[in-house]
Every structure is written in structure tokens, then in C-alpha cells.
Ligand binder design. Structure first.
Ligand SMILES: Cc1cc2nc3c(=O)[nH]c(=O)nc-3n(C[C@H](O)[C@H](O)[C@H](O)COP(=O)(O)O)c2cc1C
Length: 254
């Protein structure tokens, strides 16, 4: 059986990692653009109702109002707000035999994604890097230093990552998924991370916060901050979350 490093899925992730020294010289294949909307001009159209009469009142504004937010109020998040967003991301919601099912789905219920966070401005929580212990619903403190600026620097100097109350960092323990699914498991890992991030963004919206997903980072700089061995576990995705100013339009920088 090939080891992880020999798998093409693993190679793909390493080959597409950003490095500070080489990011400006990356050669991208010249792939022609296509429209964002797929059209079937010859197909019969079925108009969809827009004024539905469903009991969906709670989720509609969250979906409608979620926007990537990169400027935040200078107001800390409460620890209970952070706890709620973490629960929304990966909290355990049911038990079945040895499986602990969570708020977000996971291919094969293998849960390869780990959550870390940089607490920048959270009441009753010292600033620094933490790991979310899903099983015990607790945080493991990883250092005792302010980590916001270092995280922002590792995320291609996107300053809002350090200005947000919290920046979440999601890694994958590839083996959890690849042992069962091989290279295809890489797909599932990436999809899992997407579910988790969207859960956090909607949960943030529900409590007057906003967030921005981030996939532009120097992979190994984030791995180093979190002391991850990229042969086993590597950064996949991130998001900043902070208090939402009342009427601020999303500031698009990427
Ligand atoms: C996979 C992914 C990666 C992203 N990475 C970044 C990023 O590194 N920096 C950033 O400012 N926004 C990032 N975004 C946010 C997108 O720019 C944003 O979702 C898009 O402009 C659509 O706007 P909306 O989220 O407000 O609907 C990312 C979004 C996704 C889904």
C-alpha cells in the first residue's frame, strides 16, 4: 500500500501550496474563461415561486444577509458567542455506536478536519492560538502570545485576519479519510471544510457577527504556526469572524 506522500491527491495539495518566495512567479495555465451562469436556451422554462409560504423565517435572513465581511467593530466577541460558532461548525449532535455525528456532514463520518483558532479579541479568553477539542467541547491552548498579526502575515498579509475577533484555521488529517477512500478522499476532505466554514458564517450572521472565508495563505507558514507536520496534517481553509458594523457593505479585496 502506498504511503501518503506517494498518493497523487497528496501531491496535488503540495504542488498547489503557496510559498512566500515563489508566489509571484507561479505559472498558471492559460485556461479560457466561461460564463458564471450555465444556460439552456432551448429548454422549456419552469418559473420558481419566490414568495414561498414555508416555516423558514429563521434561516432566510441568515442566507440573504451573509456577505464576506472584512471590517469589524472594535468590540470583542463574547466567549459564549465563540462557543456557539464552534458548536455550529463541528459540534457533536448525535451518537450512534462509535460515531459522534456533528452539525456539519462528513464523507463516511470520518471527520478529517481539525479546527484551530487565533483568539484576537474574545472576552474572558487570553489572545493566542487554540485547538478546538470537539469531543470535550473545549479549547486547547497552544501558545501564550498574540497570534493575530502572525496569522494575517501567513495569510498573504490579509490584515483583516488579525483585526477580526477570531480567525479560524482548518486543517485536515488526511489519513482519516484517505485510509478508506484513497486519493478520492482528498475531495471529501475539501468538501467537509466547505461545510464547516459555511456553518460558521451562518452562525456568525445569527449573532450579529460577520466573517470572510480565506483560502489564500502560505501553507507551510500556517502549518509552522500551528506546528503541523504537513506530511500528516495541513492547513486547508480559514475564516475571519468579528462583530458586524450596522450598515457596512462588504469590502471586496480579492
Ligand atoms: C474558497 C474561498 C476562498 C476565499 N479566499 C478569500 C481570501 O483569501 N481573501 C478574501 O478576502 N476573500 C476570500 N474569499 C471570499 C470571496 O472573495 C467571496 O466569497 C466572494 O467575493 C463572494 O462574495 P460573498 O462571500 O460576499 O458572497 C474566499 C471565498 C472562498 C469560497
Amino acid at each position: 500500500m502506498p504511503e501518503l506522500e506517494e498518493c497523487s491527491g497528496y501531491h496535488y495539495l503540495r504542488e498547489t501550496a503557496y510559498e512566500r518566495a515563489t508566489i509571484k512567479t507561479i505559472q498558471r495555465p492559460a485556461i479560457a474563461q466561461v460564463s458564471t451562469f450555465k444556460k439552456y436556451p432551448k429548454a422549456e422554462k419552469v418559473e420558481l415561486p419566490r414568495n414561498w409560504q414555508l416555516n423558514e423565517a429563521r434561516i432566510t435572513p441568515l442566507l440573504q444577509n451573509r456577505r464576506s465581511l472584512r471590517r469589524y467593530l472594535m468590540e470583542p466577541m463574547k466567549l459564549e458567542e465563540l462557543a456557539f460558532t464552534l458548536w455550529a461548525s463541528q459540534g457533536v449532535t448525535a451518537q450512534s455506536g462509535s460515531y459522534s455525528f456533528r452539525t456539519a456532514p462528513s464523507g463516511g463520518a470520518l471527520y478529517p478536519v481539525e479546527t484551530y483558532l487565533s483568539a484576537n479579541f474574545v472576552q474572558d479568553l487570553d489572545p493566542g492560538l487554540y485547538h478546538f477539542d470537539v469531543e470535550n467541547f473545549s479549547l486547547d491552548r497552544l501558545n501564550k502570545e498574540d497570534s493575530g498579526e502572525a496569522v494575517a502575515a501567513a495569510c498573504l498579509n490579509q490584515k483583516f485576519m488579525g483585526q477580526a475577533a477570531v480567525s479560524f484555521l482548518w486543517s485536515a488529517v488526511f489519513r482519516r479519510c484517505m485510509t478508506k477512500y484513497g486519493n478520492r478522499g482528498i475531495r471529501y476532505v475539501l468538501l467537509d471544510a466547505g461545510h464547516i466554514c459555511q456553518n460558521i458564517l451562518l452562525a456568525a450572521e445569527a449573532i450579529g457577527c460577520g466573517g470572510c472565508p480565506v483560502a489564500a495563505f502560505y501553507d507551510d507558514e500556517v502549518n509552522d504556526l500551528l506546528q503541523l507536520d504537513p506530511a500528516e496534517e495541513s492547513i486547508l481553509y480559514a475564516a475571519a469572524v468579528g462583530k458586524k458594523p450596522g450598515s457596512l457593505a462588504a469590502q471586496c479585496s480579492l
